[in-house]
Ligand binder design. Structure first.
Ligand SMILES: [Zn+2]
Length: 165
């Protein structure tokens, strides 16, 4: 229950931010406007020193917000990393970040990149084909598979739309 409420909070925050900048009907989500809305200075550069580096976010004591993402990552991975880091900033996670923060940043990122309403529409249109849906939303196949599984669980719990899958 505790987790569910925190997850709901992260999801609704992501939806608020999508609404604030205007959600594209078909995706993928444009993340730069959301970074601008959150007043985040965005640095996307190739990190040749450490090709395995994904990204980092910092919130200064003076409120300065910075996100750095490695441009060498494949575009879907880059998008997820950026959305994840924006989640940390949006929820004001400061170090040391515990597993809970990582989880919530992932929930936020998933909702940002694969918003519930858009995904429901797409599943109705294309079926629950993770490969097609991943492409439509600019995310990796594994991210889309996880999202569809989570969505299915959510619907089972909520007793919602049984014809969905
Ligand atoms: Zn993180």
């Amino acid at each position: 229950m505790f987790w569910d409420e925190l997850d709901d909070h992260a999801r609704s925050l992501a939806r608020t931010h999508l609404r604030a900048v205007g959600t594209p009907i078909d995706g993928p989500t444009a993340l730069r406007p959301i970074a601008a809305f959150l007043d985040v200075r965005l640095v996307i550069r190739p990190c040749w020193d450490d090709p395995l580096f994904t990204g980092i976010s910092l919130i200064g004591d003076d409120g300065f917000r910075l996100v750095i993402v490695n441009e060498l990552l494949a575009p879907p991975r880059r998008a997820f990393t950026l959305a994840h880091e924006l989640g940390h900033v949006a929820m004001e996670h400061r170090p040391p970040r515990r597993a809970m923060c990582e989880r919530l940043a992932n929930v936020y990122a998933a909702e940002l990149l694969m918003p519930y309403d858009r995904l429901v529409r797409q599943v109705r249109r294309f079926g629950a084909n993770p490969r097609i849906l991943a492409q439509c939303n600019g995310v990796s196949l594994s991210a889309m598979r996880r999202r569809l599984e989570a969505l299915q669980r959510q619907l089972e719990l909520g007793g919602g739309d049984e014809d969905f899958f």
